[in-house]
Ligand binder design. Structure first.
Ligand code: FAD
Length: 362
């Protein structure tokens, strides 16, 4: 077989990373076709809204833990050697309160809150914070070196790396996944394989319509204040679907204050009351943000809302034939799209190669 013509549907972190890894192999002519592209801010497009950091919640021994593990190396390399990608190292503190044990957030964060998570062998400088230096109300805390990604720099960087490798980008809106294999989508007038990286919208895309994908609404506040580190806590006193985390993006990207994890909620507009709670919790967790002063000393850049594409059973990385064409799926990463991006993309690329080998044998 000559050049293999591939269409990647979706230009979020999943689609772009998959296109990039595939473009590093020989013999592929790749088109990325998507409704939204880096630079757009839309409720159907999760990637620009992410913090984004590497803070694994995947459970030891699962495929998700393997994808996260396989992503650390590439992100560490970017932070170390490619400042233009907008990824930098930051210490990440995880605070636990005994009273959160058994709550939805604490259960979701079980591995992260563990004194001995799987990633302590992967991430540098994992250690417990001495009890005497914890503020009142915190029962246990760990700290490790991680990365924070400035998505406003990183997503365009991924596009630029793809362009360098000959990937073609175009806008398209598909009602059915089979439309992505219509010859007019590809400059070669032929599509051999489609990669489905449609995130949350996989629940509405014809031919896929995966009802196990639901939104987990995340509201954030971006401020000019600098936290100097990343912080997370096992729960809040404001309800199970609210969260508190802080991270400062690389290269002047501001500090993200989160958040919420509102499952099944599609609301795109900012809830001003929730915004106040987010800011109050952030200042309480990290008083140095405002020099010990109140939330009126936060310098707000903007408020935002994004929808995490949560899939029951985890990210779908599978291949199937739809209308006689191989479709490789890579969607449903929930709150882990960046920290699992390279591992998931590697797994998707392996399925692409498998599909072409299967074809070659026929
Ligand atoms: P998306 O970014 O949503 O991209 C989907 C793409 O598919 C878009 O280009 C869209 O236009 C296209 N598309 C969909 N349907 C169609 C169609 N029918 N036709 C054409 N194109 C279509 N993750 C982390 O790892 N670390 C974090 O710190 C982190 N923080 C987060 C904080 C918030 C507030 C939120 C909301 C998310 C966070 N996440 C984080 C999760 C992360 O953002 C997502 O997992 C990730 O962005 C999902 O990427 P994706 O490419 O699968 O989907």
């Amino acid at each position: 077989m000559g050049e293999k013509n591939v269409v990647v549907v979706g230009a979020g972190v999943a689609g772009l990373t998959t296109a990039l890894l595939l473009s590093r192999k020989t013999g592929y002519k790749i088109v990325v076709a998507a409704k939204h592209m880096p630079g757009d801010y839309d409720i159907e497009y999760a990637s620009p809204w992410a913090g984004a950091n590497y803070m694994p919640v995947s459970i030891r021994g699962t495929a998700a833990a393997e994808w996260d593990k396989n992503t650390w190396g590439p992100l560490e390399d970017l932070a170390q050697n490619h400042p233009e990608a907008g990824v930098h190292f930051q210490d990440c503190e995880i605070h636990s309160r005994a009273k959160d044990v058994g709550s939805a957030t604490a259960n979701w964060f079980a591995e992260l809150l563990s004194p001995s998570p799987w990633f302590k062998e992967v991430l540098p400088n994992f250690r417990a914070i001495p009890k005497e230096s914890l503020r009142p109300g915190i029962d246990h805390a760990t700290v490790f070196t991680s990365v924070c990604i400035n998505t406003a720099i990183y997503l365009p960087w991924l596009v630029s790396q793809c362009l360098k490798n000959g990937v073609v980008f175009r806008r398209a809106v598909f009602k059915h996944i089979s439309e992505a294999s219509s010859p007019s989508i590809h400059p070669s007038n032929k599509v051999d394989l489609v990669i489905n990286c449609t995130g949350l919208m996989a629940c509405r895309l014809g031919g896929v319509e995966d009802q196990s994908v639901v939104p987990a609404r995340g509201q954030i506040v971006i401020v000019r204040n600098d936290a100097g580190k990343m912080l997370d806590i096992s729960g809040t006193d404001d309800g199970d679907d609210e969260a508190c985390y802080i991270m400062t993006r690389a290269a002047g990207g501001g500090t993200i204050l989160g958040g919420s994890y509102q499952k099944g909620n599609w609301e795109s507009q900012v809830d001003p009351n929730l915004a106040i709670r987010i800011m109050k919790r952030a200042v309480e967790l990290c008083p140095s943000l405002t020099g010990g002063k109140g939330i009126e000393h936060l310098d707000v850049i903007r408020h935002g809302v994004g929808l995490r594409p949560v899939r029951e059973g985890g990210t779908r990385i599978e291949k199937e034939k739809i209308g006689g064409v191989w479709v490789v799926h890579n969607y449903g990463a929930g709150g882990a799209g960046y920290q699992s991006s390279y591992g998931c993309a590697q797994a998707a690329v392996a399925l692409v190669e498998e599909a072409f080998e299967v074809r070659a044998r026929l």
